[in-house]
Design a protein around this ligand. Structure first.
Ligand code: NAD
Length: 461
């Protein structure tokens, strides 16, 4: 505000000075003209001349005064206009600063979408690992997002950077109960996803995936929204077919420890297609394979978080079985891109989203150890030497791995066939395991540091 005001004052000062200079100059030139005239009229009588001089002088002064009055009036008008403009700028500024005070913080930049393109989107389970990244993406794209979460495994810290944003709304809600909101699209992700979490309350896991899914399909039907249901590679069970394509029906133990999740998700898919057929609902189903990245739970018992936490704390890495079982790991940003593309596509059958690079658990352990210890030794990451991290980790190898009995119903091989996603969505994962793991390791280090500091504070208090 101060800068324009200085300009206005300078502007007024320059106009005022110019007016004075102009007036003086005019007086002087009139006087000179008068002197010249005087010489030419020497033959006239002194009285006549005197009266002419006085008349001229009065005339000139009158003319000058009128001009000056005109200029002053013009300046007055200009000042009044500038004052009004200042008032407008001040009002706008006050409005903006009051908005900032209300929000009390600055947010990551979001796109400004025209009303016709802006959607209102519901994410169930939006405070979880996948949901919170999807929230970041949809808000950044300029949409309005409602998150419904019961915080069973979700965390406020995953989404707190959006609290107070005008396009974001958080509902503490358990989807086993009906939900009434007006939305254009629903990403239905609510469900615990890791074995220790979903086994902790198996009945609740089944309820969330069946009753919760019915509630969300019912909501989609009521408001005419398109719904994307997050399914899982677990519906293939311990697969007899490798790699797993969408046409494979799976090999699931219906009464095993994982069945609450595996069968829960299979029912969720069955419900989705029943609604699509019977109620003409617009549906999308993503069969998500093992995904990792920042914000995943450090204690979710899955291999990525287990290995990274153990390696950072210099504990031996736990391998269940002989380590020859395989997994493929997809980085979170690849999954989010796939989910958004699937929602926007016009394909309504299930689609696999995963990274087809397959690793034995033994090899994966070596990669994690190489990366974590590279960080410890402060070795710079050079893209050309990714291969180095793939080599067996040799330093005191036996101290770094602990072999435990294999888990019941643990799939032996897991690798997505993603031809369909490539063909329909033009989607292919593009984050390498080394890059993705490096980012995840950085996140886990920070989390570990934060939790140690919190523990210290609690002890001191
Ligand atoms: N992360 C993966 O590797 C992976 C793999 C396959 C499928 N998926 C699917 O993706 C979805 C998200 O998984 P994630 O890894 O983000 O798990 P997550 O546990 O981090 O997130 C799940 C979210 O759902 C919420 N939730 C659970 N039950 C709920 C209920 N009854 N009502 C409301 N909210 C509830 C949790 O509080 C949490 O915020 C899940 O449906 C999961 O089955 C994930």
């Amino acid at each position: 505000m101060t800068l324009p005001r200085v300009f206005y004052v300078l502007f007024l000062f320059v106009i005022f000075t110019l007016t004075i200079v102009f007036t003086n100059y005019h007086n002087l030139s009139s006087k000179h003209r008068f002197d010249d005239d005087n010489q030419h009229e020497q033959h006239r009588s002194k009285n006549e001349i005197d009266s002419d001089i006085i008349d001229n002088d009065i005339g000139n002064r009158h003319q000058n005064n009128t001009k000056l009055m005109g200029t002053i009036e013009k300046l007055h008008n200009e000042i009044e206009q500038l004052r009004l403009r200042l008032e407008q700028i001040e009002t706008k500024n006050n409005f903006q600063s009051s908005k900032i005070v209300t929000n009390r913080k600055f947010f990551q930049k979001t796109k400004l979408l025209p009303y016709s393109e802006k959607k209102r989107i519901l994410i169930t389970g939006g405070a979880g690992f996948v949901g919170s990244h999807l929230l970041d993406r949809l808000l950044s794209d300029g949409h309005e997002v409602i998150v419904a979460d019961n915080f069973y495994t979700g965390r406020r810290s995953n989404i707190e950077h959006w609290l107070g944003h005008p396009n974001f709304e958080l509902l503490h809600h358990d989807i086993v109960n009906p939900l009434y909101v007006e939305v254009d699209e629903i990403y239905h992700l609510a469900s615990p996803a890791s074995p220790p979490h979903y086994m902790m309350n198996a009945v609740k896991t089944i309820k969330t995936n069946t009753m919760g899914t019915i509630n969300m399909l019912g909501l989609a039907k009521r408001v005419g929204a398109r719904i994307l249901v997050a399914s899982t590679s677990e519906i293939y069970g311990d697969p007899d077919v490798h790699p797993q394509s969408e046409s494979y029906w799976g090999n699931v133990n219906p009464i095993g420890p994982r069945s609450c999740y595996d069968e829960g998700k299979r029912v969720a898919e069955a419900l989705t297609y029943a609604y699509a057929k019977q109620e003409n609902l617009s549906v999308r189903v993503a069969r998500i394979f093992n995904t990792y990245g920042p914000r995943m739970h450090a204690n979710d018992g899955r291999v990525v978080s287990n290995f990274i936490s153990q390696a950072i704390q210099s504990k031996p890495l736990s391998i269940y079985g002989n380590g020859n079982q395989t997994r493929s790991f997809q980085y979170i940003s690849d999954l989010i891109e796939g989910l958004v593309r699937l929602m926007e596509s016009n394909y309504s059958r299930p689609i696999n989203l995963g990274n087809p690079d397959e690793y034995t658990i033994q090899k994966f352990a070596d990669i994690v150890l190489n990366l974590v210890h590279r960080d410890n030794e402060k070795i710079q990451h050079n893209k050309d030497d990714d291969n180095r991290f793939m080599q067996p980790y040799s330093y005191h190898h036996h101290h770094h791995i602990e072999y435990l009995p294999a888990k019941q119903d643990d799939p032996r091989r897991r690798r997505p066939d993603i031809k369909l996603a490539l063909q329909i969505l033009h989607w292919y994962p593009n984050i390498t395991l080394i890059d993705g793991l490096a980012k995840t390791i950085d996140y886990f280090r920070l989390e570990l540091k934060r939790s140690l500091e919190e523990r210290k504070k609690t002890i001191l208090n």
